[in-house]
Design a protein around this ligand. Sequence first.
Ligand code: COA
Length: 255
Amino acid sequence: MAELLDVQTRDGVAVVTLRNGKVNALSTALVAEIHGAADALTADPPGAVVVTGGERIFAAGADISEFGGPDEAATITATIHRALDAVAAIPRFTIAAVSGYALGGGCELALACDYRIAGPRAVFGQPEILLGIIPGGGGTQRLARLVGPSRAKELCLGGRQVPADEALTIGLADEVVDGDPLERALELARSLAAGAVLAQAAAKRAIDDGLSMDLAAGLAHERELFVEVFGTEDSQVGIRSFLEHGPGKAEFTGR
Ligand code: COA
């Protein structure tokens, strides 16, 4: 049973909260629980997902006390990649609500979500270089895709920490709020959960899969998913509702 994280579902939104001691280090045990939670949310998806951590520390990264030599490193990076790929594959909109430090694997977990909402004291960074190592939880890849290669290199090679406002400017955070980022994340998640979630899943797949394809292949993939989504009950509900009542009034069933 999960002990290092907590999953609560309300109003169609699953909230995953990391609870691994003071700094939420992504120990092997916590990473296994994140992987298990992501698989469960994929097998039986809610309407949307929010991932959050501690108020002062979202997550301080991989558990450095578990590091050893290359053999341990191979296991750690493979395990965290599998877990964060499972998070990225959750077929619903996923939001990281970050109120404090999201460093190393903590930043990488936030990067594996679809959207990042930061509080005023949020701090992001890939400080692995300060330990003489590099990010091993997807940071070099997902960060570069989000903020561009030159900024990703400056952050991964320098290990600098990025405050919330700068994170917003460079596109690492999508919103910064004055108050509790969890409240804003819940508000956004509830609004998406009430929408056409199967179409959202198709749009997410088209965008994510397309990022690793050339344009022609990405467009072909979009065509397939566009056709597929017309097989959902929601597409018929949405189209009929538009024709009869105008835009934005459809009540979707999630089927
Ligand atoms: N793995 C294991 N232990 C960690 C840790 C991590 N990633 N991050 C912090 N800790 C431990 C510290 O060693 C310390 O242990 P102690 O109480 O036994 O001395 C404790 O957590 C508190 O850390 P401390 O640095 O004293 O807290 P702080 O509030 O001053 O700072 C952080 C918090 C998160 C900013 C800071 O701990 C930090 O920068 N952590 C490392 C981040 C990192 O490099 N991540 C990438 C890992 S590859």
